[in-house]
Ligand binder design. Structure first.
Ligand code: GLA
Length: 391
């Protein structure tokens, strides 16, 4: 037997081994990077992610006894089993840890009246680096959602699936996150970045071919851990909502960049930096999209770097590792660099001329080692396909 290599093949092979039969199907979903548009999604704003080639795959078959079983294949080939749960009994709070992600999706779909209560066997395998801020948990949730929907014979729209997955994450897992990551995983297509307007739900696929401009997007996984279940993420989200209330608008999306100064003076001191970040970041997304539409990919660097400065100084969600990654990439010739995702750890991206790749990589590694930080992991990211059925 040949060795399974892709996550989909690994999940199918592990399913066969664990359950003694082939799965009914295999579905997979990618992790993401976000080019620009951070902490804008829950302010009804704009985002511009693309999908990574790294994916989480779910091999699945329906059951008839109402039970959901979930097994995960580790990097070492070992298998971790979640405690089996009865789908009809799922309520927020009864499943904790990693198993809350797949169970929460079953709960959210059941709440939508989708016929998932017969139960299912799920076997998961993937290569999205976990805990790296590259949305491995959302990739898992999206792959599980597609699997359970297909097994139930339900053909749903991707933006609806993204909303159900978000509900699972917010209400079942308990992380007050927005809709960026699910939308990226479900709606991105190869060779494009997804320009998504969270308020209207309108999206546009923007061609993104860095190599054609002699560039690449380097991902720097700082290996500094992050979590959005508690702490800083929720506090900032609450601050944004409070500011919108004081300004009398439904969301900070409604504050135009031309009105920013007027808006700031109406706010208490502590909310001003949050609002300044969100309003300027939305503007940076729009300007980035304009440049990409005009074929000026090499010119987006300053906007990318300005996003980092704003996240670091105004939104205050960066950390030492992310700043070292960004500063050392820039010092070695990156055109722009920024932290991505929620912050407090995770990954940064750098827009790098191909001929500067080695210099940037060396500079980042040296920056980390001179501060005795854990060695980061670097790889080049190419916009890849969104979630789908593999077999
Ligand atoms: C995390 C959340 C997203 C988004 C980003 C910040 O990745 O899951 O919804 O808010 O942080 O842009």
């Amino acid at each position: 037997m040949t060795q399974a290599t892709t996550p989909a093949a690994k999940a199918a092979e592990a399913f066969q081994r664990l359950h003694g039969r082939a799965p009914e199907g295999v579905w997979s979903a990618p992790g993401r990077v976000n080019l620009i548009g951070e902490h804008t999604d829950y302010n009804d704003g704009f985002v511009l992610p693309f999908a990574l080639p790294h994916r989480i795959a779910v091999a699945a078959s329906p059951r008839a006894d109402g039970v959901l079983t979930v097994s995960t294949l580790g990097d070492d080939g070992g298998v971790q089993d979640a405690d089996p749960v009865v789908v009809a009994d799922l309520v927020p709070g009864i499943v904790t840890g990693w198993a809350a992600y797949p169970s929460g999706v079953a709960w959210a779909l059941r709440e939508q009246g989708i016929g998932v209560s017969g139960g299912a066997d799920l076997v998961i395998a993937g290569d999205v680096p976990a805990g790296a801020g590259l949305s491995s948990s959302h990739a898992l949730e999206c792959a599980v959602a597609l699997a359970l929907l297909d097994l139930a014979g339900v053909d749903a729209e991707r933006p609806d699936i993204a909303r159900w997955v978000q509900r699972s994450e917010n209400a079942f897992v308990g992380a007050p996150t927005g809709i960026l990551d699910q939308t990226a995983s479900l709606c991105c297509v190869e060779a494009h970045a997804l320009f998504y307007d969270v308020r209207s739900g309108k999206s546009e696929q923007i061609p993104f071919d860095a190599a054609a401009s002699g560039l690449e997007v380097l991902v720097i996984d700082t290996r500094a851990s992050h979590s959005h279940v508690d702490g800083g993420y929720g506090a900032r989200r609450a601050g944004c909502e409070r500011a919108a209330g004081i300004l009398g608008v439904p969301a900070l999306r409604d504050v135009d960049i031309a009105e920013l100064d007027d808006a700031l003076v109406r706010l208490p001191e502590e909310l001003r930096p949050l609002v300044r970040h969100v309003v300027t970041e939305n503007d940076r997304v729009l300007r980035t999209v304009d440049l990409l539409r005009a074929g000026k990919l090499a010119d987006i660097g300053p906007l990318v770097s300005a996003s980092h400065a704003s996240l670091r100084d105004d939104y205050r969600v960066s950390c030492l590792e992310l700043d070292v990654a960004v500063d050392s990439a820039m010092a070695a010739g990156a055109l722009g660099a920024r932290m991505i995702g929620g912050g407090f750890g995770g990954s940064a991206i750098a827009l790098v001329p191909v001929e500067r790749h080695d210099a940037v990589e060396q500079s980042v590694l040296a920056g980390f080692s001179s501060r005795s930080l854990t060695r980061p992991r670097l790889f080049t990211a190419v916009p890849s396909a969104g979630a789908g059925r593999d077999r």
